[in-house]
Design a protein around this ligand. Structure first.
Ligand code: BEZ
Length: 211
Protein backbone atom coordinates (compact mmCIF):
# COMPACT_ATOMS: atom_id res chain seq x y z
CA UNK A 1 0.00 0.00 0.00
CA UNK A 2 1.38 3.38 -0.97
CA UNK A 3 1.54 6.00 1.75
CA UNK A 4 -1.72 7.75 2.40
CA UNK A 5 -1.43 11.47 1.91
CA UNK A 6 -3.42 14.49 2.96
CA UNK A 7 -6.38 14.95 0.65
CA UNK A 8 -6.59 11.23 -0.23
CA UNK A 9 -9.88 9.46 0.39
CA UNK A 10 -9.64 7.42 3.60
CA UNK A 11 -9.81 3.77 2.44
CA UNK A 12 -13.10 2.13 3.30
CA UNK A 13 -13.21 -1.24 5.07
CA UNK A 14 -15.41 -3.60 7.02
CA UNK A 15 -14.00 -4.81 10.33
CA UNK A 16 -14.88 -6.61 13.56
CA UNK A 17 -14.92 -4.21 16.50
CA UNK A 18 -15.92 -4.18 20.16
CA UNK A 19 -19.19 -2.59 18.98
CA UNK A 20 -19.88 -5.22 16.30
CA UNK A 21 -19.07 -5.32 12.61
CA UNK A 22 -18.53 -1.85 11.17
CA UNK A 23 -18.38 -0.53 7.64
CA UNK A 24 -16.07 2.44 8.13
CA UNK A 25 -17.58 4.99 5.73
CA UNK A 26 -21.12 4.08 6.72
CA UNK A 27 -20.20 4.31 10.40
CA UNK A 28 -18.60 7.74 9.88
CA UNK A 29 -21.74 9.09 8.20
CA UNK A 30 -21.52 12.90 8.13
CA UNK A 31 -19.17 13.07 11.12
CA UNK A 32 -15.51 13.86 11.35
CA UNK A 33 -13.44 10.82 12.35
CA UNK A 34 -10.29 10.01 14.30
CA UNK A 35 -8.88 6.57 13.47
CA UNK A 36 -5.93 5.70 15.71
CA UNK A 37 -3.84 2.59 16.16
CA UNK A 38 -1.97 1.37 19.23
CA UNK A 39 0.69 -1.35 19.49
CA UNK A 40 -1.00 -3.85 21.81
CA UNK A 41 -3.68 -4.50 24.42
CA UNK A 42 -2.74 -4.79 28.11
CA UNK A 43 0.19 -2.37 27.74
CA UNK A 44 0.69 0.68 29.94
CA UNK A 45 0.86 3.64 27.55
CA UNK A 46 -2.03 2.32 25.44
CA UNK A 47 -4.15 1.94 28.57
CA UNK A 48 -3.73 5.65 29.32
CA UNK A 49 -4.36 6.66 25.71
CA UNK A 50 -7.61 4.76 25.18
CA UNK A 51 -8.85 5.98 28.56
CA UNK A 52 -8.03 9.58 27.66
CA UNK A 53 -10.00 9.33 24.43
CA UNK A 54 -12.99 8.01 26.42
CA UNK A 55 -12.65 10.85 28.96
CA UNK A 56 -12.62 13.39 26.09
CA UNK A 57 -15.97 12.13 24.80
CA UNK A 58 -17.71 15.50 25.34
CA UNK A 59 -14.92 17.32 23.52
CA UNK A 60 -15.21 15.00 20.53
CA UNK A 61 -19.03 15.11 20.58
CA UNK A 62 -19.06 18.93 20.64
CA UNK A 63 -17.03 18.87 17.44
CA UNK A 64 -19.08 16.11 15.76
CA UNK A 65 -16.13 13.70 15.81
CA UNK A 66 -16.32 9.90 16.08
CA UNK A 67 -13.29 8.02 17.38
CA UNK A 68 -12.22 4.47 16.55
CA UNK A 69 -9.13 2.61 17.81
CA UNK A 70 -7.27 -0.34 16.31
CA UNK A 71 -4.71 -2.98 17.10
CA UNK A 72 -3.98 -6.43 15.71
CA UNK A 73 -5.15 -8.10 18.94
CA UNK A 74 -8.27 -10.32 18.92
CA UNK A 75 -11.74 -9.17 19.91
CA UNK A 76 -12.00 -11.18 23.15
CA UNK A 77 -8.75 -9.60 24.33
CA UNK A 78 -9.98 -6.07 23.47
CA UNK A 79 -13.14 -6.75 25.49
CA UNK A 80 -11.19 -7.96 28.54
CA UNK A 81 -8.76 -5.05 28.35
CA UNK A 82 -11.57 -2.46 28.13
CA UNK A 83 -12.51 -3.43 31.71
CA UNK A 84 -9.00 -2.42 32.84
CA UNK A 85 -9.05 0.81 30.81
CA UNK A 86 -12.35 1.78 32.41
CA UNK A 87 -11.16 0.94 35.91
CA UNK A 88 -7.76 2.66 35.64
CA UNK A 89 -9.06 5.82 33.94
CA UNK A 90 -12.40 5.97 35.80
CA UNK A 91 -14.26 6.16 32.52
CA UNK A 92 -16.29 4.10 30.07
CA UNK A 93 -14.84 3.31 26.67
CA UNK A 94 -17.86 3.93 24.46
CA UNK A 95 -16.24 3.88 21.05
CA UNK A 96 -15.24 0.89 18.91
CA UNK A 97 -11.86 -0.83 18.96
CA UNK A 98 -11.06 -2.70 15.76
CA UNK A 99 -9.70 -6.23 16.11
CA UNK A 100 -7.44 -6.27 13.07
CA UNK A 101 -6.09 -9.79 13.47
CA UNK A 102 -5.67 -10.29 9.72
CA UNK A 103 -3.97 -6.84 9.46
CA UNK A 104 -6.30 -5.83 6.65
CA UNK A 105 -6.89 -2.32 7.97
CA UNK A 106 -3.34 -1.90 9.30
CA UNK A 107 -2.03 -2.59 5.82
CA UNK A 108 -4.57 -0.32 4.12
CA UNK A 109 -3.43 2.51 6.39
CA UNK A 110 0.26 1.51 6.54
CA UNK A 111 0.16 1.24 10.33
CA UNK A 112 2.78 -1.52 10.65
CA UNK A 113 6.33 -0.25 10.26
CA UNK A 114 8.42 -3.44 10.15
CA UNK A 115 11.71 -1.72 10.96
CA UNK A 116 10.12 -0.59 14.20
CA UNK A 117 8.09 -3.74 14.98
CA UNK A 118 6.95 -6.43 12.54
CA UNK A 119 4.08 -7.59 14.69
CA UNK A 120 2.42 -4.48 16.02
CA UNK A 121 0.93 -1.26 14.74
CA UNK A 122 2.71 1.99 15.57
CA UNK A 123 0.74 4.88 17.07
CA UNK A 124 -0.87 6.26 13.91
CA UNK A 125 -3.56 8.94 13.85
CA UNK A 126 -5.76 9.84 10.91
CA UNK A 127 -8.20 12.74 11.12
CA UNK A 128 -10.86 12.33 8.46
CA UNK A 129 -13.30 15.02 7.33
CA UNK A 130 -17.01 14.59 6.59
CA UNK A 131 -15.97 14.38 2.92
CA UNK A 132 -13.99 11.19 3.88
CA UNK A 133 -10.73 12.90 2.94
CA UNK A 134 -7.66 12.57 5.14
CA UNK A 135 -6.96 15.90 6.85
CA UNK A 136 -4.07 14.90 9.14
CA UNK A 137 -1.70 11.99 9.64
CA UNK A 138 0.55 11.50 12.66
CA UNK A 139 2.95 8.67 13.51
CA UNK A 140 4.23 8.28 17.05
CA UNK A 141 6.58 5.65 18.45
CA UNK A 142 5.31 2.98 20.83
CA UNK A 143 7.04 4.59 23.81
CA UNK A 144 5.36 8.00 23.47
CA UNK A 145 1.73 8.43 24.42
CA UNK A 146 -0.08 10.88 22.17
CA UNK A 147 -1.25 14.35 23.15
CA UNK A 148 -5.01 14.31 22.58
CA UNK A 149 -5.24 18.02 23.39
CA UNK A 150 -3.21 18.49 20.22
CA UNK A 151 -5.59 16.28 18.24
CA UNK A 152 -8.54 18.39 19.48
CA UNK A 153 -6.60 21.58 18.68
CA UNK A 154 -6.02 20.43 15.09
CA UNK A 155 -9.71 19.53 14.73
CA UNK A 156 -10.60 23.05 15.93
CA UNK A 157 -8.23 24.53 13.38
CA UNK A 158 -9.52 22.31 10.57
CA UNK A 159 -13.13 23.09 11.40
CA UNK A 160 -12.45 26.80 11.68
CA UNK A 161 -10.70 27.03 8.35
CA UNK A 162 -12.74 24.45 6.42
CA UNK A 163 -14.91 27.03 4.65
CA UNK A 164 -12.92 30.21 5.15
CA UNK A 165 -9.62 31.45 3.73
CA UNK A 166 -8.04 31.33 7.16
CA UNK A 167 -5.15 29.47 8.75
CA UNK A 168 -4.00 29.16 12.37
CA UNK A 169 -0.59 30.31 13.62
CA UNK A 170 1.93 28.48 15.80
CA UNK A 171 0.53 27.24 19.10
CA UNK A 172 -2.91 28.64 18.22
CA UNK A 173 -5.78 27.73 20.53
CA UNK A 174 -9.50 28.15 20.12
CA UNK A 175 -10.47 31.80 20.64
CA UNK A 176 -7.12 33.27 19.57
CA UNK A 177 -6.51 35.37 16.47
CA UNK A 178 -5.99 33.64 13.13
CA UNK A 179 -4.08 34.27 9.92
CA UNK A 180 -5.65 35.42 6.66
CA UNK A 181 -4.53 33.17 3.82
CA UNK A 182 -2.02 34.69 1.36
CA UNK A 183 -4.46 33.82 -1.45
CA UNK A 184 -6.83 36.58 -0.22
CA UNK A 185 -6.07 40.02 -1.71
CA UNK A 186 -6.00 43.05 0.61
CA UNK A 187 -9.12 44.31 -1.16
CA UNK A 188 -11.02 41.09 -0.41
CA UNK A 189 -9.60 40.93 3.11
CA UNK A 190 -11.01 44.42 3.89
CA UNK A 191 -14.45 43.22 2.92
CA UNK A 192 -14.31 39.78 4.51
CA UNK A 193 -12.31 40.53 7.65
CA UNK A 194 -12.93 44.21 8.48
CA UNK A 195 -10.42 45.69 10.93
CA UNK A 196 -7.76 43.03 10.33
CA UNK A 197 -4.16 43.86 11.31
CA UNK A 198 -1.26 43.92 8.87
CA UNK A 199 1.93 42.86 10.67
CA UNK A 200 3.75 42.26 7.36
CA UNK A 201 2.12 42.45 3.93
CA UNK A 202 2.07 38.62 3.98
CA UNK A 203 1.12 38.28 7.68
CA UNK A 204 -2.38 39.55 8.36
CA UNK A 205 -4.27 38.63 11.53
CA UNK A 206 -7.97 38.72 12.30
CA UNK A 207 -10.42 37.51 14.93
CA UNK A 208 -11.72 34.00 14.36
CA UNK A 209 -15.38 33.29 13.81
CA UNK A 210 -16.48 29.66 13.73
CA UNK A 211 -19.05 29.21 10.94
C1 BEZ B 1 2.67 0.73 25.91
O1 BEZ B 1 1.52 0.90 25.54
O2 BEZ B 1 3.02 1.00 27.03
C2 BEZ B 1 3.68 0.14 25.00
C3 BEZ B 1 3.30 -0.70 23.97
C4 BEZ B 1 4.26 -1.25 23.16
C5 BEZ B 1 5.60 -0.94 23.35
C6 BEZ B 1 5.97 -0.06 24.35
C7 BEZ B 1 5.01 0.49 25.18
Amino acid sequence: MAHLRLGDTAPDFTAETTEGKINFHEWLGDSWGVLFSHPADFTPVCTTELGTVARYRNEFDKRNVKTIALSVDPLDQHKEWVKDINEVNKTTVDYPIIADEDRKVSELYDMIHPNSDENATVRSVFIIGPDKKIKLTLTYPASTGRNFDEIIRVIDSLQLTANQSLATPANWKEGERVVISPSVSDEDAKERFPGYDTIKPYLRMTDAKKK
